[in-house]
Design a protein around this ligand. Structure first.
Ligand code: USQ
Length: 406
């Protein structure tokens, strides 16, 4: 298939592009390289040394003989360019990663809130609009988030997208329906993914677009089979307070002798998936498109759930790292249960990489190897969710950390 990977320069986009290229597909990356600009804005860099996208694709060709083509397009702003590209190239499938994906970055300031909403919602809408306008019958696979469901404890498993409900009718009966699971975003970023869901519902219903939405958990790990082919194909790895996700942050913190930064009690339970499984899920989704005129297909793309404090204790047990119990910069439930249905990918053949099996090699092969590149001053998470939290979080993050080491 000819596949457009939108956002193919990013953390999941790059290994996905390699994986699909390896599988024999003709891959075109469309990207505005915004993630690299944001690194510059924040004054941080990937833990792993990352080459330009052109250099990465050159090495991939040199190593495998396969071509991945790169097109510099900003989906949110260059609507005409995107439309003309789709009309000319007519991909069979589109994988859409081209959104600002960090919750803390989205909550940094009013400017960052606006940027995230404008970028994410416009990118998704421009894409759907252009697909209809060009009469493109491509299967669209979108990377969504488990965070659309929220993290309140319900006492029931979260279904894969749709909730069966009974509605009391005026005549006293019960109307049975399956509705989109109620959205409950915990950040501006997560809110944009909730808005995406409504855009997908409308365009599937109105224009018959074939859409799969993947509600992914927190990704951990760095390497996939393909990024390991050559040092210059290495994936990015974020450890900073805005873009670093929790488990990858704990791994690098352990590697540099920095206490593991648990927010609050660490009673937050979250869904996780290894990066290799993530790219495999995307391939499985592409191989199993929804039928024409069916509703949006939704998968829960996660393989296990863990409490943050249990992860901290696990990493601490493996490395001897201290744990720091910090005031939480986020407005989120301090403790939650999380049970998630995720049978659909397993039924399609996903064999998950378990955290217990992959963690140690991640610490040794990546975190310790590149620890010399870490700027310790970028480790604290300082984006506060509310005005009330800001003074507490921004008061001397390093001192706060040291006082609360257990
Ligand atoms: N946390 C800590 N210490 C840290 C960093 C985070 O305790 O040093 C806590 C947070 O307070 C939160 C949990 O860990 O309760 C997860 O935070 P995270 O930064 O790992 O993940 P999140 O902000 O939810 O976002 C990430 C990705 C996002 C994706 C999402 C999946 O950046 O793109 O959509 O994971 S999910 O969390 O399932 O919604």
């Amino acid at each position: 298939m000819k596949i457009a990977v939108l956002g193919g320069d990013g953390f999941v986009g790059w290994p996905t592009s390699l994986h699909l290229s390896s599988a024999g597909h003709d891959i075109h990356i469309l990207d505005n390289l915004s993630r690299r600009w944001i690194d510059t804005e924040l004054g941080v860099q990937s833990l792993t040394p990352m080459d330009s996208i052109q250099e990465r694709t050159r090495i991939w060709h040199e190593q495998t003989g396969r071509r991945i083509r790169f097109h510099l397009i900003d989906l949110a702003r260059d609507y005409e360019l995107l439309k003309n590209w789709l009309a000319a190239e007519r991909p069979d499938a589109i994988v859409h990663f081209a959104e600002q994906r960090a919750a803390p970055y989205s909550m940094k300031s009013d400017r960052h809130k606006n940027y995230t909403v404008n970028n994410n919602v416009n990118a998704t809408h421009n894409l759907l609009n252009a697909m209809v306008e060009t009469g493109l019958d491509a299967h669209l696979v979108h990377l969504g988030t488990m965070g659309v469901y929220g993290y309140s404890t319900v006492g029931a498993a979260i279904p894969e997208g749709y909730l069966p409900v009974g509605i009391e009718t005026i005549s006293g009966g019960t109307a049975r329906q399956e509705i989109l699971y109620p959205s409950n975003p915990g950040s501006i970023y997560h809110m944009t993914k909730c808005l995406d869901q409504l855009l997908f519902q409308f365009y599937a219903k109105n224009d018959g677009l074939r859409i799969t939405d993947l509600h992914q958990g927190i990704v951990w790990g760095t390497h996939t089979r393909d990024t390991a082919v050559h040092p210059q194909l290495i994936n990015r790895f974020d450890y900073d307070g805005d873009y670093g996700t929790v488990l990858n942050r704990f791994l690098i913190q352990a590697a540099i002798g920095y206490p593991l930064t648990v927010h609050g009690t660490g009673g937050q339970t979250r869904a996780f998936i290894h990066i290799q499984d993530s790219v495999r899920c995307i391939q499985l989704a592409l191989d199993n498109p929804p039928a024409r005129d069916s509703r949006v297909e939704i998968f829960n793309q996660m393989t296990e759930t863990h409490r943050i404090r249990d992860l901290a204790k696990l990493v601490s047990g493996m490395t001897g790292a201290d744990i720091a119990w910090l005031p939480n910069p986020r407005k989120e439930a301090p403790e939650n249960e999380l049970v998630v249905e995720s049978a659909k990918f397993r039924e399609l053949g996903l064999a998950p990489t378990r955290l217990a099996n992959g963690l140690l090699s991640e610490i040794v092969d990546v975190a310790r190897k590149f620890a010399y590149r870490v700027d310790r001053s970028r480790v604290p998470a300082v984006s506060a969710w509310t005005r009330d939290l800001a003074p507490l979080i921004n008061a001397d993050p390093e001192g706060r950390r040291l006082k609360s080491v257990s």
